[in-house]
Design a protein around this ligand. Structure first.
Ligand code: G4P
Length: 529
């Protein structure tokens, strides 16, 4: 590929995730986006084809059993000359570090909010993560076909709770049974709502401006109220500003219904125009530009393969620069080894894609037999630089592992090491005793770990809750402070799976007191890989 072709291909990419509180409509919206993209191919489907139907891993049975998807899939589809890479995050109400790390691999996010419920607990957490990198966010207020809360109140809540300015792009003309359409605040057009278009692409029913005869007819006795409301909305809300959106300071807001497939096209049309193409990525040495000709990228997720007999894993790599070609030779930053990428799974689904090679912004899946870890960086130029911003998050849930058979200690340690490298769970070893503690963000992580330890490593263990409030990774300014900390706070001190000193606080107060006592020690809520 010439440099110009490469630049053009990269410029077409839009790599993003949909985030929401469970039940807000993420899955439904994803389906509709794929409908417009006219293509679907998910990571699971690609792998199923490769390994054959019979080889489904038992632990995948856990997913089926619980009716959930533990894995993060990648879906690539074309839309209006762009190539969209949609990274799905687990849809179950329980969530895990995977969700967070997926956000490290995207350039923007689409936030779905249930119009009847407004900002919910998970929305707040996900926004905190997006804020770490000032990820641009586009908001879709869903379920306008139901009775919802007052739209102005919803915008106000987003601004207040999520601390981001809102710029409505369209405005709902009614809601629930009274939903007539959406008013395009920028283009002074009305999109008429047609019921029953859920499973197909609806006709594009546009009426001209609010003052038009068609609008008067549609709105009938509500016309005067709508005029007044729209005037109020224009006066009381922020105007859209592309730079503010790209800097994560402002979110354009769209209303609609994913189930009714209304407002989705308008959302997608603007999304592909405004959402950023692949962005430069920071390493610990320099910023890597997507258009650099040499391939580079990092692993943000590792998924156990479907066939446990082979202990094969699929590492999901975000390409940060250049192109991937079969047989590419790259240096793995952590080990310094040269690795040949003989085969990669790509998630191309569209027929219109010009190349079968993947470029910056794309995600590829690499088969890894334990040689790759989350956060691993790869460089065709042979650079040792490490991409930053793929953190571990301080776990909030803890379990003590106790073995039924002490002779299984070796197998347990090996299993936990691998699962920790995959990012399935975090492991902590307190300095005061021989306990092994597991830390997670979502309860489901423990279930997956218990299942896999039993299934793949034949380790039977009990997992008891322990009274720990949270973990903080410690950075000491100097050796004397570290020595004093170790003397005074040894009760909560532990070493994590990557040998980093960690403090396991018994309560919020305990943590606050210690932070006060050791003002020069950094208590970090995230740790880079
Ligand atoms: P999630 O992935 O964010 O968890 O949400 P999901 O899309 O699964 O949607 C949650 C529920 O909300 C589903 O109903 C879905 O049909 C419904 N829903 C999504 N978008 C809209 C919308 O625009 N309007 C209305 N009225 N409902 C919407 P369910 O009963 O839980 O599941 P199902 O039986 O319909 O699949």
């Amino acid at each position: 590929m010439t440099d110009i072709d490469l630049a053009r291909e990269i410029e077409r990419r839009r790599t993003f995730a949909i985030i929401s509180h469970p039940d807000a409509g993420k899955t439904t919206l994803t389906e509709k986006l794929l409908l417009y993209g006219n293509a679907i191919q998910v990571a699971g489907a690609v792998k199923a084809k490769r390994t054959g139907r019979g080889a489904t891993a038992d632990w995948m049975a856990l997913e089926q059993q619980r009716g959930i998807s533990v894995s993060t899939a990648v879906m690539q589809f074309p839309y209006r000359g762009r190539v969209l890479n949609l990274l799905d995050t687990p849809g179950h109400e329980d969530f895990s570090e995977d969700t967070y790390r997926t956000l490290s691999a995207v350039d923007s996010a689409l936030l779905v909010i249930d119009g009847a419920r407004g900002v919910e607990e998970r929305t707040i957490k996900l926004m905190e993560v997006c804020r770490l990198r000032d990820t641009p966010i586009l908001t879709f207020i869903n379920k306008m076909d139901r009775e919802t809360r007052d739209p102005i109140e919803l915008l106000d809540e987003i601004e207040r709770v999520l601390q981001i300015r809102c710029a409505p792009i369209n405005w709902p003309l009614g809601s629930g049974r009274g939903l007539l359409g959406l008013y395009d605040l920028h283009g002074d057009r009305i999109h008429r709502y047609q019921r029953g278009s859920g499973s197909r692409i609806p006709e594009d029913l546009r009426l001209s401006g609010l003052e038009s005869a068609a609008a008067r007819e549609l709105l009938a006795d509500r016309h005067a109220d709508v005029l007044e409301e729209v005037e109020l909305v224009r006066g009381a809300t922020h105007a859209f500003d592309l730079d503010d959106y790209l800097a994560g300071r402002l979110t354009p807001v769209f209303f609609g219904t994913a189930l009714g497939n209304f407002g989705v096209r308008e959302l997608l049309d603007q999304f592909v125009q405004w959402a950023p193409a692949p962005q430069p990525r920071a390493t610990d040495e320099r910023d890597v530009q997507p258009h650099e000709p040499h391939f580079s990228g990092f692993v943000f997720k590792i998924q156990a393969n479907m066939d446990p007999r082979h202990r094969d894993r699929l590492a999901f790599l975000r390409i940060c620069s250049g192109t991937y070609r079969k047989g590419l030779r790259v240096r793995q930053g952590r080990t310094g080894k040269e690795v040949k990428i003989a085969e990669a799974v790509t998630f191309m689904a569209g027929q219109r894609t010009a190349t079968d090679a993947a470029v910056a912004g794309d995600i590829i899946g690499l088969h890894s037999h334990g040689a790759m870890q989350i956060g691993d960086s790869f460089s065709e130029r042979g650079e040792a630089a490490r991409f930053v911003g793929i953190p571990n998050f301080a776990p909030e849930l803890f379990r003590r592992v106790s073995l039924r058979d002490p002779l299984q200690m070796k197998a347990l340690r090996k299993g936990l090491q691998q699962l920790a490298e995959e990012g399935s769970v975090q492991v902590f070893f307190p300095v005061k005793n021989n306990d092994i503690l597991l830390g997670a963000i979502g309860m489901l992580q423990f279930e997956v770990v218990a299942f896999r330890l039993q299934d793949e490593y034949r380790v039977a263990a009990a997992y008891e809750p322990v009274d720990i409030y949270s973990a903080r990774w410690l950075d000491f300014p100097d050796a004397p402070t570290e020595a004093e900390f170790r003397r005074k706070a040894s009760a909560g001190l532990a070493i994590d799976g990557a040998s980093h000193p960690t403090y396991l606080a018994s309560s919020r107060v305990n943590l606050a007191l210690l932070e006060e006592r050791f003002p020069t020690v950094a208590f970090r809520a995230t740790r880079e890989h």
